[in-house]
Design a protein around this ligand. Structure first.
Ligand code: G3D
Length: 193
């Protein structure tokens, strides 16, 4: 991509943002993405490789890359390859799966320490999903268990969601949009100075 395309993108002429939607299997990523995805979204590059699957689709302004982070240790290199192109992350947690909260934290820590993520101020939206399930942990509790307060070099937000009904998603996505707008304004400022 040429520089002009890049700037044009940020400035809104042809804005395209690549969002990585990550989390353990069964956390609700597919359900969430299906709620966010407009009906005209084009699926692309669905790679049904053995043991590793990634879904990529695109709307006029957003491109989503979705994959499971669990049980696929052997394929880690394949999915980490996509980190570079991500400009925002949606990290989905199954708030009712207390047993695997520690696995989710390990995966989050690995993500945050990856060289393609570590030094970039990309916004991360955490969705504490399955809030409708009885005994699900609150978003505050999920935030504590994942030690989110330790993330100081990236903007982040956590929202409780019920992906089946779509509750909480709008609030989260609006926050993310606001962060991406701020970044595009920063580019404008940088060009002026
Ligand atoms: P994944 O893409 O992260 O692997 P999915 O997860 O979106 O496939 O969701 C896994 C299961 O959890 C699905 O149930 C889905 O309907 C359910 N689910 C997703 N979000 C919620 C939620 O907010 N509340 C509840 N109660 N269930 C949710 P099935 O039965 O199809 O496996």
């Amino acid at each position: 991509m040429g520089l002009f395309d890049k700037l044009a993108g940020w400035l809104g002429f042809k804005k395209e943002v690549n969002v990585l939607c990550l989390g353990l299997d069964n956390s609700g990523k597919t359900t969430i993405i299906n709620k966010l995805k407009p009906s005209n979204a084009q699926a692309q590059d669905i790679v049904p490789t053995i043991g590793f699957s990634i879904e990529k689709f695109k709307t006029s302004s957003l491109s989503f890359t979705v994959f499971d982070m669990s049980g696929q240790g052997r394929y880690r290199n394949l999915w980490e390859h996509y980190y570079k192109e991500g400009q925002a992350v949606i990290f989905v947690i199954d708030s009712a799966d207390k047993l695997r909260m520690v696995v989710a934290k390990e995966e989050l820590d690995t993500l945050l320490n990856h060289p393609d993520i570590k030094h970039r101020r990309i916004p991360i939206l955490f969705l504490a999903n399955k809030m409708d399930v009885r005994d699900a942990l609150s978003s505050v509790k999920v935030s504590q268990l994942l030690c989110l307060e330790n993330i100081r070099d990236k903007p982040w937000q956590i929202c409780g969601t019920d992906a089946l009904r779509g509750d909480g998603l709008q609030e989260g996505v609006e926050w993310l949009q606001g962060k991406l707008d701020t970044r595009s304004n920063q580019v404008v400022e940088d060009m002026r100075t």
